[in-house]
Design a binder for this molecule. Structure first.
Ligand SMILES: *Cc1c(COP(=O)(O)O)cnc(C)c1O
Length: 406
């Protein structure tokens, strides 16, 4: 594939090379086409993007800064580490960029209600926030087991005016909540927009979400030129579904910049207790999950495997289709970081820079620290700090119990 072609994807059928597409029941074809058509219209509509940019500026607090991590760089002893500070966006992560973009699009389409599913609750909070701001009704589906584990986010969503509906089916977690949300959507197509949270799912979602997250890389590119005087040598971002990573990478695809996506290595790769779709060729194979063809963690019979990660946002068996292509053509290198190394990076950033990163972001940070040690001092590594770590205090406290005396 020629370099320039990547920018033109997905194609008219929603494919990134062999990945992507729209694998859904008949009832969902029409609303997905309606969404695709609505987006095609606003894509050319300057007023829409002006309104979106104004919200990002006045409400989300964009542009988020880039920060040179001086003490962390000194501790690693090598290349300079810079951070793109999505942790400083309203609600504490990059997810709000996409939630607001899609909510605005839904309003344009005349929808009055948003639905979404959420695992750890971060996407649910972002959607509930966008709904409150734009005066839309909001229903969030959440597995009852996840609700138990993520009480503070349930409370946040309810305070923001959303209805949180517990899902008691199956394992009572994210994948059961996705099924319920899709069912709801197929019954309320007239007034409801299904707001998907990552660069995943059936066409046009991977493209929509990427376009709403592109602002991360556009800002970062200009900021690095201005503040560091040149482009970074390497970009590093964690990859759950892949939205913060594609958001950072996209603006740099035509530049001579190395890119690294970091998946959750969990406990270890051999045991299967991880969410590293690219690192485990035995389990991570091409398949279809939640409407999209991509790399999916599955057993020999094609049954979807349970995943594990200390960070809920990376704990998902499939990866966005654009990443699947970027992996195959070698434009982005994908690696993995385990629970323990992510925790160590979390602690390092807290002590050396005064920033508590999200555990997801700590995976990217850990890879950046490895790379920095191996690269010369003139090199610049830019890490996407996708979110802040306040949400992870319980998890981190439990993992570090003895040391923290908690
Ligand atoms: C949800 C989340 C992620 C993972 O999602 P992507 O779509 O891969 O970006 C990463 N970081 C934070 C802080 C999150 O909340």
């Amino acid at each position: 594939m020629r370099k320039v072609d990547i920018d033109q994807l997905p194609d008219a059928r929603g494919y990134f090379g062999p990945y992507g597409g729209r694998f859904v029941p008949e009832t969902l074809i029409a609303p997905l086409q309606e969404l695709e058509e609505a987006y095609r219209q606003v894509k050319e509509d300057g007023a829409f993007w002006e309104e979106y940019r104004a919200l990002l500026h006045d409400y989300v607090g964009r542009p988020t800064p880039v920060t040179y991590a001086r003490r962390l760089t000194e501790a690693c002893g090598g290349a300079r580490i810079w951070l793109k500070r999505e942790d400083l966006a309203h609600t504490g992560a990059h997810k709000i960029n996409n939630a607001l973009g899609q909510a605005l699009l839904a309003k344009r389409m005349g929808k009055t209600r948003l639905i979404a599913e959420t695992g750890a609750g971060q996407h649910g909070v972002a959607v509930a926030t966008a709904a409150a701001l734009l005066g839309l009704e909001c229903t969030i589906y959440m597995g009852s087991e996840d609700m138990r584990r993520q009480q503070p986010n349930v409370l946040r969503m309810r305070l923001l005016g959303a209805e949180v509906r517990p899902v008691d089916a199956g394992s009572r977690t994210l994948k059961d909540a996705i099924n319920e949300a899709l069912r709801d959507w197929s019954f309320h197509l007239q007034d409801t927009h299904y707001l998907l949270g990552s660069a995943l799912g059936p066409h046009p979602y991977p493209r929509l979400v990427r376009d709403f997250q592109r602002v991360i890389g556009e800002e970062a590119r200009a900021q690095m030129l201005e503040q560091a005087g040149r482009l970074p040598d390497v970009l590093v971002a964690c990859v759950g579904g892949g939205s913060n990573a594609i958001g950072l990478f996209h603006a740099f695809l035509q530049d001579p910049v190395e890119m690294v996506g970091v998946e959750a290595g969990g406990a270890d790769i051999a045991s299967g207790r991880h969410a590293a779709r690219f690192a485990d060729p035995q389990r991570g194979r091409v398949g279809i999950l939640h409407g999209v063809k991509t790399y999916v963690l599955q057993d020999a019979h094609g049954q979807i495997l349970n995943t594990h990660s200390i960070s809920a946002g990376l704990d998902y068996p499939a990866v966005g289709p654009e990443h699947a292509l970027l992996h195959d053509i070698g434009r982005v290198r994908y690696t993995h970081v385990g629970d323990d190394e992510a925790l160590a990076a979390f602690r390092a950033l807290a002590r050396l820079e005064g920033i508590l990163p999200a555990l997801e972001s700590a995976h990217a940070l850990a890879e950046a620290m490895r790379l920095a040690a191996a690269r010369p001092a003139e090199h610049i590594i830019l890490v996407n700090l996708s979110g802040r770590g306040d949400k992870d205090l319980d998890t981190v406290t439990q993992a570090l119990q003895e040391e923290l005396g908690a």
